[in-house]
Design a protein around this ligand. Structure first.
Ligand SMILES: NC(=O)c1ccc[n+]([C@@H]2O[C@H](COP(=O)([O-])OP(=O)(O)OC[C@H]3O[C@@H](n4cnc5c(N)ncnc54)[C@H](O)[C@@H]3O)[C@@H](O)[C@H]2O)c1
Length: 303
């Protein structure tokens, strides 16, 4: 059981959708909430709503792609609450759909910028502060089911989310010794405002190869109207944190497609009989390298 009382939770994208659901649920659990979002008016409204619900909530206007602003946000949290957050939710994300072959560099820079670099900036800002505080903690980063496979229409988004999933697997290994848990949330469909994501696309990255108009936005709204309630998603996330699960995927309809996708990968690996000697030699070489590296690291620590 994680004791949330008095813990500070920093939630990016907290003005809407999944992030606002997390703010609601973790405030109820006893956390002090910081929501950070690029949309100032929505942020103020969300913070006021949280306070009206009885939460201790603070809003920070932040573009997660802005490293200097992120560092200032880290300082602001410490000033307001007297400590860095124990809980970090990298939830902000954006999407836009179109044919991969028509993509522009701006499409790549915006989608990878927010969905991947935004997460990196969150980790670079807060992980050292969490380690220095020495109180452990928990980090949940929102990727997507899209991160498990390619997509002809959401290709760049999916690639960025794939990188996020992989990076969180690494952070989980790296941070266990500091008692900082790491999970990666992979939603399918959330009842959120993501259909409007293109409205926060910055003008300097505005050259897109895709069709983006009101009709497209309305068609996306129709899908997301059937998405999982963000508060329910946040409750499932909290349960998975209690169980210290790496992956959080509260979408039963995804089990079979995911199984088929990974079966295709596993089935592509040659069976051991195809090259037993080579496999043995490569495995042994790798194990020896790991041992040598560990010895090297511990001797350089002593120097
Ligand atoms: N909606 C879905 O069906 C779905 C599916 C899979 C994954 N996701 C992921 O869930 C997360 C939350 O999205 P949501 O569906 O709740 O959408 P949402 O649009 O309701 O919320 C996302 C929030 O992020 C904010 N944001 C966008 N760019 C930002 C930036 N550069 N800096 C700071 N804040 C920024 C937006 O203003 C918004 O308030 C995202 O990472 C998204 O990719 C959503």
């Amino acid at each position: 059981m994680i004791d949330y009382t008095g813990k500070v939770a920093f939630i990016t994208g907290g003005a809407s959708g999944a992030g606002f659901g997390q703010a609601t649920v973790f405030a109820e659990a006893g956390c002090k909430i910081v929501i950070a979002d690029i949309r100032r008016a929505a942020l103020d409204e969300a913070a006021a709503k949280l306070r009206a619900q009885g939460a201790e909530a603070h809003g920070i206007h932040l573009d997660v792609t802005d490293r200097a602003a992120y560092a200032r946000a880290g300082d602001e949290v410490e000033k307001v609450f007297g400590k860095p957050p124990e809980l970090l939710f990298n939830t902000a994300g954006v999407n836009t759909f179109g044919p991969l072959e028509k993509s522009t560099y701006d499409d790549f820079d915006w989608l990878v910028g927010v969905n991947f670099w935004g997460v990196v900036n969150g980790m670079m800002t807060f992980v050292p502060r969490m380690i220095a505080a020495g109180r452990g903690g928990y980090i949940v980063t929102t990727a997507s089911m899209g991160g498990f496979s390619g997509s002809a229409a959401a290709s760049i988004y999916s690639a960025a989310k794939a990188a996020v999933i992989n990076l969180m697997e690494s952070y989980r290994l790296a941070l266990a010794r500091y008692d900082i848990g790491v999970s990666v949330l992979c939603p399918a469909n959330i009842r959120s405002n993501i259909a409007e994501a293109t409205k926060v696309r910055p003008a300097h990255l505005g050259n897109t190869g895709y069709v983006v108009n009101d009709e497209v936005i309305q068609s996306l709204h129709r899908i997301h109207a059937h998405g999982l309630d963000p508060v329910v998603l946040a409750r499932r996330t909290k349960e998975a944190m209690e169980a210290n699960q790496l992956y959080i995927i509260p979408y039963p309809e995804q089990k079979e497609p995911l199984a088929q996708h990974f079966k295709q990968i596993v089935d592509s690996v040659l069976p051991m009989e195809a090259d037993p000697e080579g496999a043995r030699a490569r495995t042994e070489a790798l194990q020896n390298w790991i041992k040598d590296r560990q010895a090297l690291m511990s001797s350089s620590k002593r120097d």
